[in-house]
Design a protein around this ligand. Structure first.
Ligand SMILES: C[S@@+](CC[C@H](N)C(=O)[O-])C[C@H]1O[C@@H](n2cnc3c(N)ncnc32)[C@H](O)[C@@H]1O
Length: 295
């Protein structure tokens, strides 16, 4: 298996941590291991890295791809929601010097989803969208269970979709024939006016469903709270977000910590990818890196 995901803002994120070779660092979003590996390279044998991902496929990939180092005593890899970071850190019994989160989906999840239908391009996949397949509710379950009004609310608030009302109405009308990614994307194509097709018209609905299936925004709020709580004084929390809903949560959390005197904002407002990175990796285009130091 090859690496699929190109790490975003890699140098900027690693620089933001100001890594001490003997320190303890946590990568909350392992993915294909891009950021984790850069941290690991900077650690001595006394340093420690804990990498977390809620997707077992990410863990399996990294353990196989980096098999020469993935069993080393200074790299712990766990399958978990990063909102539970405190539990894992208690078991280790050390305060972390730095924590990173690189939010959202990896390119592996989009391109090799193991039949979970994260991408609106994978027509034949089922509407599942669970990052952690131990979770009970799939995207298709949500479409079945939610009323037209509830679907409207989800598409509007988590997808910022202008045509939420029409899409929700059409979904409920045709619910018995919606099973695959293709069934849903064809319905969205039919409902939306062609003038709005400058990007894939299903993009926002898929984002909204994924956020709800994985309870992403609550996980982020809890993850930020718990990460900041366990961070060592002087330690750094760096977060890369990809859309305005995530970024608003990160920005407000950091501002609150700065105003209350618990944290010092680093890197001015935020760091964005260079034009060169955007050209080479279009997926990085909307990324924003924010960092805060615990004081
Ligand atoms: C953008 S990718 C990370 C890519 C990684 N930095 C790299 O360079 O390869 C995001 C990863 O975070 C994981 N993830 C998203 N939300 C999570 C959460 N609440 N807890 C744990 N992992 C999460 C996803 O499963 C995905 O593998």
């Amino acid at each position: 298996m090859d690496k699929i995901h190109v790490p975003v803002l890699l140098k900027e994120t690693i620089d933001s941590l100001n890594i001490k070779p003997d320190g303890f660092y946590i990568d909350c979003t392992l993915g294909d291991g891009g950021h984790s590996m850069e941290i690991l390279k900077k650690l001595s044998s006394n340093g420690l890295l804990l990498s977390i991902d809620r997707d077992q496929n990410a863990i399996n990939f990294v353990k196989e791809y980096y098999k020469e180092v993935s069993n080393s005593s200074n790299w712990i890899i766990v399958q978990s929601n990063f909102s539970e970071i405190e539990k894992h850190v208690k078991q280790i019994g050390k305060e972390p010097d730095g924590i990173i989160m690189d939010l959202g989906l990896s390119s592996r999840q989009l391109e090799d989803s193991k039949n979970r239908g994260f991408s609106y391009l994978e027509e034949n996949e089922p509407l599942d969208m669970r990052m952690d397949t131990n979770l009970g509710v799939t995207a298709k379950d949500l479409l079945n269970a939610f009323s037209e009004k509830e679907l409207y609310y989800i598409f509007r608030n988590y997808g910022e979709e202008k045509y939420s009302y029409k899409i929700a109405k059409e979904i409920k009308k045709n619910i018995s024939s919606i099973n695959t990614v293709g069934d849903l994307t064809r319905l969205i194509y039919k409902v939306m006016p062609a003038v709005s097709f400058n990007k894939n018209p299903s993009r926002r609905v898929f984002q909204a469903l994924r956020i709800v299936v994985n309870d992403e925004l609550n996980s982020l709020k809890d993850g930020l709270d718990n990460s900041f709580k366990i961070l060592k004084t002087g330690g750094i929390l760096s977060v890369i977000s990809f859309h305005s809903l995530e970024d608003r949560i990160v920005k407000n959390f950091f501002l609150d910590k700065s105003r209350s005197g618990e944290g010092e904002l680093l890197s001015g407002n935020h760091i964005a990818p260079t034009d060169e990175e955007r050209r080479q990796n279009p997926r990085s285009a909307s990324a924003k890196l924010r960092s805060i130091k615990k004081i």
